[in-house]
Design a protein around this ligand. Structure first.
Ligand code: 5GP
Ligand code: MN
Length: 340
């Protein structure tokens, strides 16, 4: 349930404000870009000035989305981004729960800026930085939450075809094309409304999923060959070395969705995907689970991360081999502690 008083507060903020900045998390995905651009299109339709500022670059496979050419990248254009934030009446933060998800540098900047924030997010354990917080982990995507909020504000009429395209994209990507457990009747009703806005839904799927490079598929082949199963623990994992990424001229977004293959094996309820990120000196890890195995808790307890019950992420500063040994040790000793 979305709090009525908060909706009223949001309505008056949008009515009285003229200048908004909208920020997704670092390494934004389809839901992060979809929700921020979706809100951008709606605010623009309401004759407000709105700008999406991303902490860093967004992946190429989302560049077709309407409005991407108006996005300001904080990492590349700090002066411009700072001026925009200083001029804003309110700063929306979408699809993340704590400011650290924007990265070290942007977090420092946002923590020190004297501006009111509005959070719209579906991750667990929201921080308390925002004046107005819409934190709803029961939603499968921030885009569906945004759509629901806009409808309740009676703003659905301001959702253009472009806005609908962006919002649809986030729902598709965060629901694994409508198959993850939080997908419900309301999700499909929202999708039906968005289709009635005139979007080209087959083309959106095509843009998202049938646009791969040859190298991306070869990298996927390598990842699948690197898949290891630990049958006694109903667990699997995949890893990609820095040399694999270089061999196939890896681009941002090329590994998107690969983690799900580890779960597609019969009997597996927990999987992890380790990517060696040499430039950042970390191993980036994605976790996925089925049923009541809580990867959010495991990521928080052992890998400086977090997320949702069935999808979370984290990192390690150990080497790839040591990280995998550490992971196997945790699985063998502690896996049974994370069933809710
Ligand atoms: P992914 O594996 O797709 O990168 O992330 C899955 C989910 O976990 C996303 O909802 C994302 O927000 C969250 N997540 C990924 N990495 C991290 C992290 O390092 N810290 C936290 N707190 N959440 C993460
Ligand atoms: Mn999301």
């Amino acid at each position: 349930m979305i709090n009525e008083n908060k909706l009223e507060a949001l309505k008056s903020i949008i009515a009285s404000g003229n200048n908004f900045v909208i920020i997704p998390h670092r390494n934004p995905d389809g839901d992060a870009i979809g929700s921020t651009l979706g809100l951008y299109h709606v605010l623009t339709k309401l004759n407000k000035k709105a700008t999406v500022i991303t902490p860093n670059d967004f992946p190429n496979f989302l560049s077709w989305m309407p409005g991407t050419n108006s996005i300001v990248n904080f990492e590349y254009h700090k002066d411009k981004a700072s001026k925009l934030m200083q001029a804003a009446d309110y700063i929306f933060t979408l699809d993340f729960n704590v400011l650290l998800r924007t990265g070290d540098e942007m977090e420092k900047y946002l923590s020190n800026i004297d501006k009111p924030f509005i959070m719209i997010d579906h991750h667990q354990m929201p921080g308390d930085y925002a004046e107005l917080t819409f934190s709803h982990p029961e939603f499968g995507s921030t885009c569906e939450l945004l759509y629901t909020i806009l409808s309740k504000l009676d703003f659905a009429k301001y959702i253009s075809k472009d806005a609908a395209t962006c919002i649809y994209t986030g729902i598709v990507t965060d629901s694994g094309s409508f198959r993850f457990p939080k997908t419900n009747a309301a999700t499909h009703r929202a999708i039906a409304d968005l289709i009635e806005k005139g979007i080209d839904n087959p083309q959106i799927h095509n843009n998202l999923f049938d646009n791969s490079s040859y190298n991306k598929l070869q990298l996927m082949g390598r990842a699948l060959q690197n898949l290891i199963v630990l049958p006694e623990y109903n667990t699997s994992f995949i890893f990609l070395k820095d040399s694999d990424l270089k061999e196939f001229q890896h681009e941002k977004g090329d590994t998107e969705g690969l983690v799900n293959y580890g779960l597609s094996i019969k009997g597996i309820d927990f999987t992890a995907f380790f990517i060696e990120r040499t430039e950042e000196n970390i191993i980036k890890i994605s976790f996925r689970s089925q049923g009541n195995f809580d990867v959010n808790k495991l990521a928080r307890a052992y890998f400086e991360g977090g997320g949702h019950v069935n999808a979370a992420g984290g990192k390690s500063t150990k080497s790839l081999a040591d990280t995998i040994d550490y992971f196997k040790d945790i699985v063998s000793k502690h896996k049974n502690e994370f069933y809710d």
